[in-house]
Design a protein around this ligand. Structure first.
Ligand code: ADP
Ligand code: MG
Length: 242
């Protein structure tokens, strides 16, 4: 067994008296693609935010490559774990390319020529080679989300977290973003993806985790989860979304 690239042990998180995560544990191998499913309010976003410590939690630990993440090393963590949000979080006053090179320039202190060359390559890779000087207001939601993915990749993360990256998009723009996510997966990125796109889960996930009310109810390979869910709760949920 190799050391898991990511391991969560018994994460508990409350907002006031609302216990949102109630003992979440799982580990992920390098290059593994995990899809997290679950009803709205089950704690999926909170879980992703706890993984990269955008949110504090009362109990439990996160380990990267077997090393516990320390509160004073969050800078390092954020370089290793990238995140793509439902609402693109693109800086509106900067061009696509400027958004992509921001992290390499100011966080990684890369020199400008190198950052630009890398940024152009990444925008090519997400199919936006001709949009590098476009402002966000000139781009569609699908294009903005692809810029956000390029921006996350620009930091050379070891793990990418996606929080419902297509659920704010018009239906006709969903496919282009899923396609980019698939290509990122095929290139060997370790990914945790919260999504309601069952087709993506079936095609890409090595493992599906079903969450409800702050606990992992069931997990397994997608073909098993989708055809033979073991628990009543996952059967109910899947019958509504499949
Ligand atoms: P999901 O992503 O599965 O829809 P969330 O993680 O967003 O679920 O939310 C889980 C629960 O935590 C919900 O009851 C939500 O109201 C609550 N919650 C999330 N973020 C906050 C916050 N910043 N303050 C208070 N409650 C929150
Ligand atoms: Mg959410």
């Amino acid at each position: 067994m190799t050391t898991p690239i990511l391991e969560l042990k018994n994460i508990h998180k409350s907002f006031g008296d609302n216990a949102v995560l109630r003992g979440i544990s799982f580990s992920m191998e390098k290059k593994e693609r995990i899809v997290i499913l679950g009803p709205s309010g089950s704690g999926k976003s909170t879980l992703l935010r706890c993984i990269n410590h955008l949110e504090s939690f009362e109990e439990g630990d996160v380990f990267l490559r077997g090393k516990r993440v320390e509160e004073n090393k969050l800078h390092e963590l954020r370089m290793q774990v990238g995140m793509v949000f439902q609402r693109f979080n693109i800086f509106s006053h900067m061009t696509a390319l400027e958004n992509v090179i921001e992290g390499p320039l100011y966080v990684k202190k890369m020199n400008k020529e190198e950052a630009i060359a890398k940024g152009e390559l990444l925008l090519d890779r997400v199919g936006l080679g001709d949009k590098k000087h476009a402002k966000p207001s000139q781009l569609s939601g699908g294009q903005l989300q692809r810029v956000a993915i390029a921006r996350a990749l620009a930091m050379d993360p070891e793990i990418l977290l996606f929080d419902e990256p297509t659920s704010a998009l018009d239906p006709e723009l969903v496919g282009e973003v899923l396609q980019v996510m698939k290509s990122v997966a095929e290139e060997g990125m370790s990914m945790v993806v919260v999504t309601h796109e069952m087709g993506f889960a079936k095609d890409v996930a090595d493992r599906v985790i079903f969450m409800d009310e702050g606990v992992i109810v069931e997990e397994g390979p997608p073909d098993e989860m989708f055809t033979r869910p073991k628990t009543e709760r996952s059967r109910n949920f899947l019958s509504r979304v499949l």
